[in-house]
Design a protein. Structure first.
Length: 142
């Protein structure tokens, strides 16, 4: 059984009146079980040279697995403040009912659960058409 853990640490000396230090770790498992996620797409990078919306993840990226316990990691490695990716959940590109979940500005990243069903793709739209790179990975089970 594969064992994958995710850890996040948030700290700041001046965000609040007191020093802030939070840390948590989770073992990533198949939905409703203690069995670890055992597949990964590996860390990938794509370069975009247009401001068109594109599908980053859809259900075909996860084989036949239908248990909604997949995890996705996405990062904008840019160092240019005006370069961000708009991230949406929807049914492919151009979905007028898609929900924008946020923007990944230069240096930002996200790690979240993803059900990978046929109606919910993760799409991204680059803010500029000047060779923007996105880094991404999915963890899932077979």
């Amino acid at each position: 059984m594969a064992t994958t853990t995710a850890t996040i640490t948030l700290s700041s000396a001046d965000l609040t009146g007191d020093a802030l230090s939070l840390s948590t770790t989770a073992t990533l498992t198949k939905g409703g079980t203690v069995t670890g996620l055992d597949q990964t797409t590996g860390v990938n990078r794509k370069i975009y040279t247009a401001t068109s919306e594109v599908v980053l993840f859809d259900e075909t990226d996860f084989g036949a697995a239908s248990e909604p316990a997949h995890k996705v990691y996405v990062r904008n490695p840019s160092t240019v403040a005006s370069e961000y990716f708009t991230v949406k959940f929807g049914n492919g590109t151009g979905d007028v009912n898609a929900q924008e979940i946020g923007r990944l500005y230069a240096g930002d990243w996200m790690f979240l659960p993803y059900s990978a069903d046929t109606d919910t793709d993760i799409t991204i739209t680059p803010s500029v058409a000047t060779s923007m790179t996105i880094e991404y990975m999915a963890l899932y089970h077979s």
